[in-house]
Design a protein around this ligand. Structure first.
Ligand SMILES: CSCC[C@H](NC=O)C(=O)O
Ligand SMILES: [Zn+2]
Ligand SMILES: [Zn+2]
Length: 411
């Protein structure tokens, strides 16, 4: 079998790591064999049964300095094979150089690029000043609560003395690399309406469906007001509050579908809500209680906050992108040294494990070196071009060598 960077990437892509039953054991064995070949220390940690985490280490010449951590997640979202031109876990390299696989962009590319970059740096005789760690964590796609959340809260993590983290980002459709300094916080919102049941022919006030639909209308208006801000160009998608309906549940089931001449006494709707770090969570809660699911309309609701909103010092979960963050210029210059350019730093529309590192006060950027690439994470026919993948390795050679050489004593 071939042993080239592309062949190794394809092998890593072939493990079926899709939820709800991701294979964690085999990719970890593979990564350990890679680590052994490169000469990195490896250890597995298991904070949750059957959800192992792999930690690789390249010791620095001054291990007392805070270390740098490169994170990626092992798991993937599911794929619908019938909608793909190649099977999602075949990792097919098409004649035009596109590598098709679930996880090609999200985020198995960075997982292997970290290793390839270190392999090359070692071959060139580079030794890091700071210790470099690479973590491969489970369960990011389902919130990371059994993975990164437990890891970053552990004694093992504290002992790593991490000073700076790079985690996954997103593809860029243009020539510039994207960098993310914050994630939005996800909330799950379920609203329930009750009302008098009645004959399907009757017109009366305060039915459950009327109450529920009124709420859906109010929430839709709010959604439009936020979307308008985006459409007018005043803000980016990830800078506003998104609220998207994800399910509607009502009606009285019958063997042929639903009973059609009865107005039901209850109904329910679910929403995916995302809050940028600048949003005031209390204001949204107030809005939910008073406008979206008010008791006066016989509504109740449940909000499940799927992650932290502020760090341990009660600050918003954001990493600074100016010179008051000493890692920022180091990172930026490393990209430039590799012949790249960063676009304006962004908030990520979705969520990653970076939030758990930021919660500890550790400066963390989301970054995946993919330019001129359509954004296909969680989509059908996710692919990454071989040339883009290989260029990413060079970018990480610059990034890993610069960050691990950074002398700033107190960081
Ligand atoms: C509810 S936490 C889920 C985390 C997930 N992360 C990647 O897609 C997301 O939906 O953003
Ligand atoms: Zn991801
Ligand atoms: Zn994802």
């Amino acid at each position: 079998q071939e042993d080239t960077p592309i062949a190794r990437f394809l092998r890593y892509l072939q493990f079926n790591t899709a939820h709800p039953n991701p294979n964690y054991a085999d990719p970890i064995s593979f990564l350990i064999s890679q680590a052994n070949a490169i000469g990195l220390q490896a250890r597995t940690l298991e904070f949750t049964l059957s959800k192992p985490l792999l930690l690789l280490t390249w010791p620095g010449s001054n291990p007392s300095l805070p270390s740098v951590l490169f994170n990626s997640h092992l798991d993937s979202v599911p794929a619908e094979p019938s909608k793909w031109i190649y099977p999602p876990f075949s990792a097919t390299l098409a004649p035009d150089g596109k590598i098709y696989a679930r996880g090609a962009q999200d985020d198995k590319c960075i997982a292997m690029q970290y290793l390839e970059a270190i392999r090359n740096l070692k071959a060139n005789g580079f030794t890091p000043l700071r210790t470099v760690h690479i973590s491969y964590v489970p369960d990011e796609e389902i919130g990371g609560f059994d993975g990164s959340a437990k890891f970053t809260g552990s004694k093992e993590f504290e002992d790593l003395n991490v000073g700076f983290v790079l985690d996954e980002g997103q593809a860029s459709t243009g020539d510039e690399f994207r960098v993310f300094y914050a994630d939005r916080t996800p909330w799950e919102l379920k609203i329930k309406a009750t009302g008098d049941p009645g004959h399907g022919s009757r017109l009366y006030d305060n039915g459950a469906m009327e109450n529920l639909m009124k709420s859906v209308e109010v929430i839709t208006k709010f959604r439009e007001s936020q979307f308008d801000i985006v459409k007018s160009g005043e803000a980016m998608n990830s800078e506003v509050i998104s609220v998207n309906p994800v399910y509607l549940k009502a009606g009285i089931p019958s063997p042929t579908g639903f009973v059609m001449n009865m107005q039901p006494s209850e109904g329910e709707a679910g929403f995916d809500l995302r809050l940028p770090p600048t949003a005031d969570p209390d204001l949204i809660k107030k809005r939910i209680a008073e406008e979206w699911a008010p008791a006066r309309r016989n509504m109740t609701y449940e909000v499940i906050e799927k992650g932290p909103i502020r760090d341990y010092l009660d600050c918003p979960l954001m990493t600074l992108t100016n010179d008051s963050n000493p890692w920022w210029p180091v990172f930026k210059q490393a990209i430039e040294a590799a012949g790249g350019k960063l676009s304006r730093p962004e908030i990520l529309a979705s969520t990653t494990d970076a939030r758990f590192m930021r919660q500890r006060g550790i400066p963390t950027f989301g970054f995946s070196p993919m330019t001129n690439t359509p954004i296909l994470l969680h989509d059908h026919n996710e692919f990454l071009k071989d040339t883009v993948y290989l260029r990413g390795i060079e970018v990480y050679e610059s990034v890993i060598s610069s960050l691990s050489s950074f002398k700033g004593e107190s960081y």
